[in-house]
Design a protein around this ligand. Sequence first.
Ligand code: ADP
Length: 169
Amino acid sequence: AAAVPAAVYMLQDQEAHAAEMERTFIAIKPDGVQRGLISEIVSRFERKGYKLVAIKLIVPSKEFAQKHYHDLKDRPFFNGLCDFLSSGPVLAMVWEGEGVIKYGRKLIGATDPQKSEPGTIRGDLAVVVGRNIIHGSDGLETAKDEIALWFEPKELVSYTSNVEKWVYG
Ligand code: ADP
């Protein structure tokens, strides 16, 4: 058989990776922004090897916060949570990478910082559940819904990062 040029294998690898790429919605809540933790948190996702494809600073309205947390509308803390999310700037982001939805949640740590492992964002940087500094989508469908709620399609930037071949091989 004729030798297949290395470039073709590379293209096939890249296509395989592209098929596995996921996007997740990550937000630094008002407490994380006020405490000056933006660069610390962004840096953890960036250094891991994930790709930032959308980012903006926004103060959500209470109605918007209620939409974002609609799944929790019957919980006793729902009202306070929505007041809190709409109390100041939120850094809304979309991160892309293989397995980023599930592993992003690992980087974030358990919902209650008292139970988050050291080394996780909440474990290292937060103390109580009502001020746990960061949100991350918990599944594929939620990620799609949350990205669509927070961003216009044109705000999502598709681009090739030159380090991808070093992150994925
Ligand atoms: P996660 O943010 O880890 O996905 P949930 O979806 O269960 O967790 O809850 C959403 C947010 O609601 C939490 O991040 C936290 O800010 C808040 N929250 C959850 N449980 C409580 C609670 N018992 N008291 C106050 N706030 C809570």
